[in-house]
Design a protein around this ligand. Structure first.
Ligand code: DGL
Length: 278
């Protein structure tokens, strides 16, 4: 089949449920396309895993989505974007299929900073993996050499979300703890990136402890805008994304478990299928 005849849904991948916060914004902005969401819930969280493991799991997920026909895959996960995206783009894609694309969430988020910050002091809240990778400071330095970046790992936040404790009283302790630790690094911070796609699910609690007047960036809308822009600038890829308005949910956990949690996050009925990544 000629490359231009190959078409498929847009793949959206996350380690678990967090990517649903990105998917829902993408679908509101670009409802015409077909989507496949893949959550590696059985192996989440990724945040504390080593570089090699996150890379291997993410590559398996990308290959799975490619096998489903996806021509374009969004890593709706900061940890996977930080630890696996560059290697997949540079080392793996040319050998798999140089015409397909894998995009992440870090770059579009960083592009937004210029219009938000006044002090140039940026806080990044993320998983231990994302913060240790230094992906945000590196990307920020490339685009805005004068900005200063302060990172704070929040290792308990993803488990709070995955175990449905985001509104529980126990969540307050860990939300306050990491926000206080971030601002202890610099009181100049005026813009904070929620650099993990799970964190919007803790948004209300985060705002309870965030100093007033600070810009808090959720990535859903930013990634959706950036995808729309990408498709406008790359008509050859846009034509390879099928337009049936459908969504399929795949998870490495049981379909029932995924569906009940996902329905909670999306406020909608979800039918999922369990898959195995190898
Ligand atoms: N939601 C993912 C992120 O954006 C990671 C969560 C995890 O698996 O630790 O980083």
């Amino acid at each position: 089949m000629a490359i231009s005849d190959r078409k498929g849904a847009i793949g959206v991948f996350d380690s678990g449920y967090g990517g649903l916060t990105i998917l829902s914004r993408i679908r509101s902005a670009l409802p015409q396309y077909d989507y496949i969401y893949l959550g590696d819930n059985a192996r989440a969280p990724y945040g504390s895993r080593s570089f090699d493991v996150v890379y291997r799991f993410t590559l398996q997920a990308v290959n799975y989505l490619f096998a489903q026909g996806c021509q374009l895959v969004i890593l709706a996960c900061n940890t996977a974007s930080a630890k696996a995206l560059r290697t997949i783009q540079q080392n793996d894609l040319p050998g798999i299929d140089a015409q397909r694309r894998v995009l992440g969430v870090i770059r579009p988020t960083v592009e937004k900073l210029g219009e938000l910050t006044k002090t140039g002091a940026i806080g990044v809240l993320g998983t231990a993996g994302t913060i240790q990778s230094e992906s945000y400071p590196m990307e920020i330095r490339k685009m805005y050499p004068d900005f200063r970046t302060y990172g704070q790992p929040c290792p308990m936040w993803v488990p709070l979300v995955e175990y449905r404790e985001s509104d529980g009283d126990g969540a307050d302790y860990f939300v306050k703890k990491y926000i206080d630790a971030l601002f202890a690094q610099s009181s100049d911070i005026d813009t904070v990136i929620l650099g993990c796609t799970h964190y919007p699910l803790l948004y209300n609690k985060i705002m309870d402890y965030m100093p007033s007047g600070v810009n808090v960036i959720c990535q859903g809308e930013i990634v959706a805008d950036s995808l729309g822009d990408y498709l406008r600038r790359h008509p050859e890829m846009e034509q390879r994304c099928t337009q049936g308005g459908s969504i399929r949910y795949l998870s490495t956990e049981s379909a029932e478990k995924f569906a009940s949690m996902a329905s909670l996050f999306l406020g909608d009925d979800v039918h999922a299928k369990q898959v195995t990544l190898i």
